[in-house]
Design a protein around this ligand. Sequence first.
Ligand code: LIP
Length: 261
Amino acid sequence: MMVDSSGVMEIIEGVKPMFLDRRQSADVREKGRADFVTQVDLRVQEYMRRRLKLAYPRIQFMGEEKDNSAIDFDGEVWILDPVDGTTNLIHDFRGSSLSLALWQDGKVTQAYVYHPWSGELFHARLGEGAWLSGRRLSVSGTEELEDALIGFGSSPYKKDYAKQNFAMFEKIFADCGDFRRIGSAAIELAFVAAGRMDAYLEASLQPWDYAAGMLLVREAGGEVTDFSGTPLSGITPSSLLCGTKPLVHTLAEGYVKPFEG
Ligand code: LIP
């Protein structure tokens, strides 16, 4: 099915008032250790489900805050994280985003990452580049690890990964420029696509965290794999390593390997 990006972007921008409503983001439930959901997550997801269903009735809907067991990936699927960076939202850190990907013919074909506070809406179509406000995006030209600004994902829902995570980060930190941690995988991926960071890695992500950002980075000329060097599909939980192609190669060769357990 042909899906017009401008129509999707108009729907997405309608979530801004919900993100900025501090009363709703204060209504919090804990799903698991350090894993929270707020009324904003639920309201944004229901708004997006309803508007996308109206506009594109034949496309299935996968969302972080719903049961997705009936999804058939042989068909077309929206993949939504209504609030990526929920912990940031609870703290009014203003580092949360809406992340939406479209799955068609066995691959991610469209990507949208929206940051309501800046109004930035990063988007991409497979084979047609990644874009922000009419400007085509490109990953940075950084090739050397010593020059690299690297986003690191701490996987706060997997505290048992801490020992392996920080051993890996310590080794990278010794040889890279510096680290940054935003706390929204989708924003970190969008920033790599925009050349604002040179690489980003995280040991454990859900498909809705990264499916859109993965296409942004690839369409901006970057590379995206898991910790074993395998390209990601976008529909399964996975580790993620992305960045300029030289940096992904360097990190994969000498610093990043699949975690145990
Ligand atoms: C979050 C990611 C973040 C990761 C967290 C969590 P959520 O997504 O964006 O990078 O470190 O564990 O997965 O749960 O806020 O949508």
